[in-house]
Every structure is written in C-alpha cells, then in structure tokens.
Design a protein around this ligand. Structure first.
Ligand SMILES: NC(=O)C1=CN([C@@H]2O[C@H](COP(=O)(O)OP(=O)(O)OC[C@H]3O[C@@H](n4cnc5c(N)ncnc54)[C@H](OP(=O)(O)O)[C@@H]3O)[C@@H](O)[C@H]2O)[C@@H](O)CC1
Ligand SMILES: Nc1ncnc2c1ncn2[C@@H]1O[C@H](COP(=O)(O)OP(=O)(O)O)[C@@H](O)[C@H]1O
Ligand SMILES: [K+]
Length: 500
C-alpha cells in the first residue's frame, strides 16, 4: 500500500472528483459514512459525544459525521472552533445540512466556550486535517489542550489536529493525543514514526474508494506492507524439491556468554525453510549448539571464547555457502574484527549482517564499501546511528536510511515498531506486524535467522526483508494473542513462526 504526501493526497482527491466523477460534497459524505461505519462498531448508540469541528474540510467531515450519528440516535453536541472568518465550501454546505436537523451547534471562540469532557464521553476531533499549514494557536490551541487534559476517549478524523502528515512538528507544537485515528484511504507517513506515537493512538484506514489508477501511478518512496501484500511474496514449494533446493546457510554467531544468540538464530533459520544450516560458534559453544539444535551442523572456531574465523577441520569456505548470516552475540573482539575484515572481500552473494557485526562496521567504516550488493543489514536505531550520525528528528532519520541503503547498495532493516525496510533504490517499506512484546532480548537474533534462511532460499533481498520482517512480527502477534505481550520470549517467537 502506498503512502502519499499531502500534495498527492489533495491531487488524489481532485482526480477522484473528476474521473469518477463525484461532487466534492458527496466525496465528503462517503468519507463521513466510512468513519461512521467504523465508529458504530465500537461505540454503542448510548455513548454521549462531543464533536469538535474546524472550518476546513476536516471540519466539514465532522459536521457530516455529526448528522449521520444523529440519524443513528447518538446523544451529541457539536462545537465549531471559530478561529478564522473563512470556511470551506463543503464545510458551509454541511453546516446548512446539519442546522436542518439540530440546534445543538455551539461556537467556540474564547476559552470559556470550551465544554468539560468527562470520562464517559467520546470526543471526535475534526478541527484540523491534512490541510494543516502552521502550528495551532489561539482558540485552536486552547481547544486541543482542553481535549488532551480531558479524560474522555478521543477519536481523530483523518489525522490528529495539529499533526503534520509528512513533515516534522516542532517540539512545542500543540497536537491532539487521540486514542484512535481513523484515516481516509491511505496511512500518513507521520503515523509510522516513533516520535508521533502519542499523536496517532491506535490508527486505522477506512476505504473511501479514491481513484485507484491515480494511486497506482503516483510516485512515492514510501510503502506500508499489508498482510495480503506480504503473503504474496512467499515462494511455493516445488513438489520435487530436495534440501539442496533451499540452500545451505552459514551462520557466524555467539561468543562466551552469548551462545544463546547463536541457538536462537539457528532455530529461527531452520524454522524458516533453510535446506541445510551450518553454524560456526566459538569452541565453548560447540556442545551447547549440538545439543540445543541437533538439526544444524556445527563447526567450532579454534578460538574458545570468540569467533576468529578459523576452524579445526578446514571445511567449506564461507563464499561457497548459499548465504552467510553474521552477528548475533559475536561481540567485538579484535579476532572477530579480523575475521570480518578477511571475510567481506571473499563474499559476493547477499548476506545478513546484525548486532555487533554492525557495530564493527560502524567503527571501521571503510569496510562498508566491501559489503556484497543486496546484503541485508538489521540495525536497531542505536546501531544505525553508529553506522551513520545522530539525527534531529524521525524525518531526518528516514533520509539517512534511504541515503545509506542507496550509497552502499544494501537493504537496511531499521528495527522497532513499524520496522522500516530501506531498499538500494531508496524506497522504504514499513511493516504492519509486531508489538512491544518483542522488546525482549533475543528477538533480533531470531530475525537474523529468518532473513538468512530466506536468502538461502534465493529470495530477492528486498522481498526477503519485507517478508521476513512481516513473518517475524506476525509470530510476535501470535504469541501476544496466546500468552500476552509481557511474558513473550524469543523462543516463543521462533516456535510461532508460520509460513502460509
Ligand atoms: N483528501 C481526501 O481524500 C479527502 C479529504 N477529506 C478531508 O479533508 C481534509 C483536508 O481538508 P483541508 O485541506 O480543508 O484541510 P483542513 O486541515 O481541514 O483545514 C485547512 C484550513 O485550515 C487552515 N489552517 C491550517 N493550519 C491551521 C492552523 N494551525 N490553525 C488554524 N487554521 C489552520 C488552512 O488555512 P490556510 O493554510 O489556507 O491559510 C485552511 O483554511 C482531510 O484531512 C479530510 O478530513 C474528506 O472530506 C474527503 C476525502
Ligand atoms: N515495540 C515494538 N513493536 C514491534 N516490534 C518490536 C518492538 N520492539 C522491538 N521489536 C522488534 O524486536 C526485535 C528486537 O531486535 P533487537 O533490538 O536487535 O534485540 P536483540 O538484540 O535483543 O535481539 C526487532 O525485530 C524489533 O523490530
Ligand atoms: K482531525
């Protein structure tokens, strides 16, 4: 699913109006109906409502929503926040329509016009939408502050009032902090950024049948992966396949005290369809790995505590494996850095790089040029910062991410809520699955195993990253459903991986 910027959304609106064709006021009605369909499923018709409307089209939506909810017998009051002398045409049209069915419209011009909003009420926020062009001030600011102070449940129409859809807000900006946002058709880029979590609540999109061909043609670097889109990426298994079909992966993982990372990664790799797996661990990890993961072959490093790259019995060289995954639990010993330096120039096929392997790259940036094209890097934000430089805000972070992926021709999986997968072409795919239960040690090691398995099966690296991140988050969601987020462990996530 594409994410469009505000100018494109405006153009999309116009394209729908012209090509369908549909009158603007009827498109607004369709949007209001879609909101109301969402709303009535969640809040019974006895819920007292206060609907705050601005003077633009977001306010027009609010007025139409008010009329449609009155038809469904909700007890409600409408508050028009009158911050300017100018109203949009469709606002005025809906204002006239609403006045025909209720006298309960009040005007908020001064602070004392703002009503109390007790905890049993629902507030619908339709003050400002995607047309926000400057920070909220005056009575708009006061209304937003009052909404945020109130214990009522808040639902924002299209986007929280005061939040920019595709550019950074200043830290001092006053923005509605909703419990829910119901957005029209497409998510806004702002919804996917960690700094905006307070300003989106639980957000959803509702379909208002905007012009599909316009969306298909609109250029954008930003995508949001829906479950059906992710599932389409899954390769079918050939009836006559054998284990060679699914590749032989080499995982370089673990150090003294962190052999568990190697175990988790190896188990996840095996649960993600790899044909054969060899794991190289420091000598001390050999009995652990052979016992915990009997399906994997194990080659012990000659070094007892860290990876140095040499093995007792010289076997296949890393370059001869279908792919290599490196990083979970490896630490940053000088021997391990030496191994990485020797390894990179020998590899040509895309590989997976995680954890301390990324930190070693950050400290030895000349190595970045040696990464095989199409490799997948899986930093969390701190690791990504070590690879680049600190950023001022989430938008700058996205720019960094796109630049980095383009410059080194790699796929960067920036982990966290709505993990962002940046491609060598400079696109970013945001993930929809996962939950804060995954914020527990070892889940990143699991992801490395998953991605290594997909590269071994010869998935295109971008598809591997998008699909792997989706499946990993989905496993986390399944665990959360069965046993809750708080008790989730990385092992649970491995066991919940499903590929169907
Ligand atoms: N696109 C779609 O698919 C559909 C969109 N729909 C709906 O339309 C909404 C977008 O509508 P919109 O463009 O009228 O924007 P909205 O935010 O309501 O008001 C802008 C006005 O407010 C003003 N203004 C700006 N900042 C301000 C501030 N801080 N304080 C005070 N004023 C401020 C601004 O002033 P100006 O910048 O012109 O000076 C302008 O006059 C969208 O979110 C959705 O709800 C649906 O109905 C149908 C399908
Ligand atoms: N709040 C969250 N929502 C969704 N996914 C999350 C959240 N917190 C963490 N995760 C996921 O959990 C994993 C954590 O990886 P990482 O930080 O490397 O941990 P570790 O190194 O301990 O395994 C990543 O895949 C990340 O996307
Ligand atoms: K709003």
């Amino acid at each position: 699913m594409k994410i469009l910027n505000v100018d494109q959304i405006r153009a999309l609106d116009q394209a729908t109006i012209q090509h369908e064709p549909i009158a603007p006021i009827n498109l607004m009605e369709r949007a209001a109906l879609a909101f109301v369909d969402w709303f009535v499923d969640r809040f019974p018709a006895t819920t007292p409502l206060k609907i705050f409307c601005g003077l633009g089209n977001n306010g027009g939506d609010g007025l139409a929503i008010a009329r449609l909810l009155l038809e469904r017998d909700y007890p409600l009051e409408v508050f028009v926040v009158r911050y300017a002398p100018r109203e949009s045409d469709d606002f005025m049209h809906n204002h006239r329509r609403l006045k025909l069915v209720t006298d309960n419209i009040r005007y908020v011009e001064l602070s004392h016009d703002i009503p109390p909003m007790p905890h049993n009420e629902v507030v619908i926020d339709a003050i400002l939408g995607s047309g926000l062009s400057r920070p909220a001030e005056g009575i708009v600011k006061s209304a937003i502050e009052a909404i945020n102070r109130s214990p009522a449940t808040v639902v924002s129409v299209d986007i929280a009032s005061g939040l920019y859809a595709d550019q950074p807000n200043a830290p001092e900006d006053v923005i509605v902090e909703p419990d829910y946002t119901v957005a029209f058709q497409l998510p806004k880029l702002a919804f996917l950024l960690p700094g905006n979590a307070r300003y989106t609540g639980d957000w959803q999109t509702v379909d208002i049948q905007l012009h599909k061909r316009f969306i298909d043609k609109a250029p954008t670097p930003y995508y949001y992966t829906r479950p059906d889109e992710a599932r389409l990426l899954l390769h079918k298994r050939d009836r006559y396949a054998h284990k060679g079909t699914f590749g032989h992966a080499l995982l370089l993982a673990g150090s003294y005290g962190k052999i568990g990372a190697a175990v988790l990664s190896a188990r996840a790799c095996l649960r993600s369809g790899v044909g054969l797996l060899t794991v190289q661990v420091p000598g001390c990890g050999y009995p652990v790995l052979q016992t915990a993961v009997p399906e994997a072959m194990c080659r012990p490093d000659t070094h007892e505590h860290v990876l140095s790259g040499t093995t007792e019995v010289e076997t296949t060289s890393p370059a001869d494996f279908t792919t290599v995954g490196i990083g979970p639990g490896i630490g940053k010993a000088s021997e391990t850095l030496a191994m990485l330096k020797a390894l990179l120039p020998t590899l040509t096929k895309p590989m997976v790089i995680d954890a301390d392997a990324l930190n070693l790259l950050g400290e030895n940036r000349e190595l970045l040029d040696q990464l095989p094209a199409g490799s997948i890097l899986t930093p969390h934000p701190k690791e990504f910062e070590r690879l680049t430089a600190p950023w001022q805000n989430d938008y700058e972070k996205l720019d960094r991410l796109r630049e980095f992926a383009r410059k080194y021709r790699v796929v960067v999986v920036l982990k966290g809520a709505h993990t962002a997968v940046a491609t060598p072409e400079g696109d970013i795919h945001f993930n929809a699955t996962g939950n804060p239960g995954l914020s527990t040690g070892g889940t990143g090691d699991v992801l490395t195993g998953v991605l290594t398995a997909l590269l071994a099966q010869r998935y295109d690296p971008v598809e591997a990253a998008v699909l792997g991140v989706y499946a990993h988050g989905l496993a986390g969601d399944q665990v959360a459903e069965q046993r809750g987020q708080i008790g989730m462990t990385a092992t649970d996530v491995v066991d919940a991986l499903r590929w169907a």
